[in-house]
Design a binder for this molecule. Structure first.
Ligand SMILES: [Zn+2]
Length: 113
């Protein structure tokens, strides 16, 4: 999987932020991971631990929050959770769905000291 490169990216962003604020250590990072990204959380944590060794993020506690895949119907505007790749509106059964959440992965919060 691509967890290693994601972990590397997260670390780079966090370290840049810390540098910007002249922080000595990064204590906490909260990451939002969309269900549909297919990211394995344990693998992501493991990779992050590995990469952060020897950096100021070494002791960071990484909190991963999984966000569900949400779709919005183009016909009736209903917002609903898409389960098991069932891309169909739960109200009007339209197949014209926009994905509005669940495909993304980003840092939601960083705490530094
Ligand atoms: Zn609909």
């Amino acid at each position: 999987m691509h967890e290693a490169s994601i972990a590397q990216n997260l670390l780079t962003i966090a370290l840049e932020k810390a540098k910007e604020y002249k922080a000595n250590t990064i204590t906490f990072i909260r990451v939002k991971v969309g269900e549909f990204t297919g990211v394995n959380q344990a693998a992501l944590e493991f990779a992050f631990d590995n990469f952060s060794k020897g950096t100021i993020a070494e002791k960071t506690s990484l909190k991963i929050i999984s966000s569900p895949l949400l779709g919005e119907c183009r016909k009736c505007n209903k917002i609903f959770e898409i389960k098991k790749d069932n891309f169909i509106c739960s109200k009007c059964h339209s197949l014209e769905i926009d994905i509005i959440s669940g495909e993304d992965l980003y840092i939601e919060d960083i705490e530094i000291e």
